[in-house]
Ligand binder design. Structure first.
Ligand SMILES: *Cc1c(COP(=O)(O)O)cnc(C)c1O
Length: 229
């Protein structure tokens, strides 16, 4: 049972099963949501294991860590940036990431677009919405999210694909539900061509997020076990 290949295969299968059950509860079909496996702090071997087990999309929080991994793994998977991006790292980010999920200002979006054009890439971006309006969290407040999306949509080099959000930490996933519901309502107001992804749900609350309309979950712990601090 301590074979690491086995446990990752097993964990991934269990997550997919639970995702599909939650999708069915929300009137959708199995496979209607994308699983982004969050690989921050995991080493190359773990990433290889999860790719072998069928992961197609991975999420990283730090540029330097991602650069080291990308130099080995390359384009065998799609890369999602889910951490806080500083403007001066945008140039590095556009070389690695297919999707940057944490765009929360016009200035950052402009820089990503500029760097993407220079690198002859087109980057998918999600607007990060601070749906719980916690001061400790990044993201644009809900009242500014649609306006930001509209302005960012005019930039070259990037493509707005929806929203990303997080609920406040809670032991009971039911406490996340109202936040997910609110973000889904806001997402529904985006123009259709920007309504591709609603990224919400992590290990502790992805089933509730899917029940509320998420179509992209970001999961680390349920696949790899607890991260070492
Ligand atoms: C770390 C992280 C995750 C994954 O969290 P788990 O609880 O390990 O599933 C998801 N989203 C973001 C933005 C993260 O930073």
């Amino acid at each position: 049972m301590n074979d690491p290949d086995f446990s990752i295969v097993d964990n991934l299968a269990r997550v997919r099963e639970r995702m599909n059950a939650a999708l069915e509860r929300s009137g959708r079909n199995p496979g209607d949501a994308l699983l982004v496996v969050v690989t921050k702090t995991q080493d190359i071997e773990q990433i290889r294991r999860v790719i072998n087990a069928g992961a197609t999309d991975i999420g990283e929080n730090y540029i330097q860590e991602a650069e080291e991994k990308y130099s080995v793994i390359g384009d065998a998977v799609r890369w999602h940036f889910i951490g806080h991006l500083q403007k001066n790292k945008a140039r590095h980010a556009v070389r690695i990431f297919d999707t940057i999920q944490s765009v929360d200002s016009l200035e950052l979006a402009r820089e990503i677009g500029r760097r993407a054009v220079a690198a002859e890439r087109a980057v998918n971006v999600l607007i990060e919405v601070n749906v719980s309006q916690e001061e400790t969290k990044f993201g644009v407040y809900p009242e500014g999210a649609l306006a930001l999306a509209e302005r960012v949509a005019a930039f070259e080099g990037l493509r707005i694909c929806g929203f990303m959000g997080m609920a406040p930490f809670a032991r009971d996933p039911e406490e996340s539900r109202p936040y997910f519901r609110q973000l889904k309502r806001l997402w529904d107001k985006l123009p259709e061509e920007q309504r591709r992804f609603l990224s919400m749900g992590m290990t502790g609350d992805y089933e509730v997020a899917l029940e509320e309309g998420s179509n992209m979950v970001r999961i680390g712990t349920a696949v790899f076990g607890p991260r070492n601090a």
